[in-house]
Design a protein around this ligand. Structure first.
Ligand code: ASP
Length: 599
């Protein structure tokens, strides 16, 4: 038997017991006749004392111990003497007086210390991920992930969902990214594609009468990686039969409140989750995933400044663009350096620039503000009346800083919504102790794709239009809203879902609108459409990023911190050195010839 307690377990009430512990040497300190070891395992740290007088053999051996050696210690639990206790450790009031020591395994000198406070390159952490994961913080993250999964599973099972696995080796299931493909040995020249999501499979399960399905699904998307993306990620994926949108949202609300309650009971989760239409989100926040923990809503000034005499505003308005603004309360005294920083910030979000307008705190009210009270590059180009009208529209007061962005509507919305989040962060407006979930509903079914010069599905091709909008599929596709919803948490999109199309004529119309030829439809979706001819129930569902919600619950800012073996930004696993070459025999078996790039 290697242990009868774990390192984090012993307490004062165990004093006098003889116990055996196993773990890693965290730290060693020699004090003459006494050697102290902090022994570590997943559960915590335990101080072990080797005394030259009472256990000379063990003491001698302890002198050889090095960081990360694996040892077994037998000894007696003893209360620490007054002043020697460590209030930072749950085990800090006791220590083990060792009688026996066994070295179970040695370790090379570790590449970094196993400490939560770590300052090494991500690449190194991932190359030695097995050491990195020994850090208490990483254990906590893995445990949290486990708990979130258990809470989700319990909730879904309680709501009569069946957990069903779907294949990884299959055919392209487009979700808007590039596929990862796997060559077939048995069928030379043919390839499987790894699922970007189990979308079509879960719809087939509904046609199969499974009624309610869920799965923690691995999804593979070959896209250029951003900070919170990985080539493979896990989705909480579900689908339900005989439901309307509201039924799905009810399940979502239950699922996410259960997940937070079970894992972070300290967080406040306001319910019911509010619903906001896509149009309202864009108008009020410039974003379809607004952080609604704070106000600072985005105003529209286009009409007010269209004839203001200021060239930039006038030309933007004439070109059908937008002039939008937020107010940073109490920030009128921002320095040039501070506003220059904000200008750089909005430029990195794609805007041409940013116009600050400081309204001095001296005036008693907006009505009394004079030109002298206003500091802004537009001060001398726009009349005082218009400046005041702009301030009134944005609800700015003396003492506030208005931040104005002009340009094409979409560019302005992206930049101003990012700026709003940034100002919220700078001013500490978003309460980290609150999880504000939000349903964004009524997304447009299509978005215009400039590259292809045609309509593209906003979500995916199976999402259904709202029944009242079906008539507009022919006349005005851009105005058609979908039974399409997102779950958003504190400004982060957690996932999307929809009620699916089950009407053949509507499905064909959608394919036609987004420019899929009948051949393409047959190749990509023929199997599903054929199944739909055998009685498809009304159904809908959702796919939600598991990594992201765990990241937010863990208070981390990168999903890599909550994935056991993630890949780098360059889609590489430095531990396995994946991706890697395969042997010539393997290539031959697969009938594949690798052409050197440029060759
Ligand atoms: N398959 C979709 C996605 O990955 C989610 C869904 O519609 O259920 O975004």
């Amino acid at each position: 038997m290697y242990r009868d307690m774990t390192c984090g377990q012993p307490r004062q009430s165990d004093s006098g017991k003889t116990i055996t512990l196993s773990g890693w040497v965290h730290r060693r300190r020699d004090h003459g006749g006494l050697t102290f070891i902090d022994l570590r395992d997943f559960s915590g740290l335990m101080q072990v004392v080797f005394n030259e007088d009472s256990a000379p053999e063990a003491h001698a051996l302890a002198g050889d111990l090095r960081s990360e050696w694996v040892i077994q210690v037998k000894g007696t639990v003893q209360e620490r003497r007054v002043g020697a206790d460590n209030p930072d450790l749950p085990t800090g009031t006791v220590e083990i007086i060792a009688s026996e020591l066994t070295v179970l395994n040695r370790s090379e000198t570790p590449p970094f210390e196993v400490e939560d406070d770590l300052n090494v390159a991500d690449e190194t952490r991932l190359r030695y991920r097995f050491m990195d994961l020994r850090r208490p913080r990483m254990y906590r993250n893995m445990k949290l992930r486990h708990d979130v999964i258990q809470a989700a599973r319990n909730y879904m099972v309680g709501e009569d969902f069946l957990e069903i696995e779907t294949p990884i080796l299959l055919k392209s299931t487009p979700e808007g990214a590039r596929d990862y493909v796997v060559p077939s040995r048995v069928h030379p020249g043919s390839f499987y594609a790894l699922p970007q999501s189990p979308q079509q499979l879960k719809q087939l399960l509904m046609v199969s009468g499974m009624d309610r399905y869920f799965q923690f699904a691995h999804c593979f998307r070959d896209e250029d990686l951003r900070a919170d993306r990985q080539p493979e990620h896990t989705q909480i994926d579900f689908e339900m039969s005989f439901v309307e949108q509201e039924d799905v949202l009810q399940i979502l609300e239950g699922l996410y409140t259960a997940m937070v309650r079970e894992t972070r009971p300290d967080l406040e989760v306001p319910t019911p989750f509010p619903r906001m239409t896509y149009a309202e989100a864009i108008e009020r926040y410039g974003s379809d995933k607004p952080d609604v923990r704070f106000g600072m809503e985005v105003s529209r000034l286009t009409d007010i400044v269209a004839d203001s005499g200021f060239g930039v505003f006038e030309s933007v308005a004439a070109a059908g663009g937008a002039v939008r603004a937020i107010v940073a309360p109490g920030c009128a005294d921002y320095t040039r350096r501070q506003t220059d920083e904000l200008i750089e910030f909005v430029k990195s979000s794609g805007a041409q620039g940013l116009i600050p307008m400081h309204i001095a705190a001296e005036a008693d009210s907006l009505e009394e503000v004079t030109l002298e009270d206003i500091r802004s590059p537009i001060r001398n180009h726009v009349s005082l009346e218009t400046l005041k009208e702009m301030a009134r529209t944005t609800d700015a007061e003396p003492g506030d800083l208005m931040l104005i962005i002009a340009g094409p509507e979409q560019v302005v919305n992206v930049a101003i919504s990012n700026l709003r989040v940034e100002m919220g962060r700078r001013l500490g407006l978003a309460d980290p102790g609150v999880f504000n979930f939000l349903f964004v509903v009524d997304f447009p079914l299509f978005e215009w794709d400039d590259d292809r010069d045609g309509w593209a599905a906003m979500h995916h091709v199976f999402s259904s239009p709202r029944p009242q909008d079906v008539g507009m599929l022919d006349s005005d596709p851009g105005a058609v809203l979908g039974q399409l919803y997102d779950l958003v948490l504190n400004g982060v999109e957690l996932g999307s879902g929809s009620i699916r199309i089950v009407d053949r004529a509507i499905q064909e119309k959608v394919f036609e609108l987004i420019g899929h030829s009948p051949e393409q439809v047959e190749e990509r979706f023929g199997h599903l459409l054929r199944a739909f001819q055998y009685g498809a129930p009304p159904h809908g569902g959702m796919g939600l990023g598991l990594d992201r919600i765990v990241m937010l619950l863990a208070g981390e800012d990168n999903i890599r911190e909550v994935i056991a073996f993630p890949k780098t930004q360059a889609a590489v696993d430095p531990l396995f050195e994946a991706p890697g070459a395969i042997t010539d025999e393997q290539l031959e078996e697969l009938s594949i010839r690798v052409v050197e790039s440029g060759g």
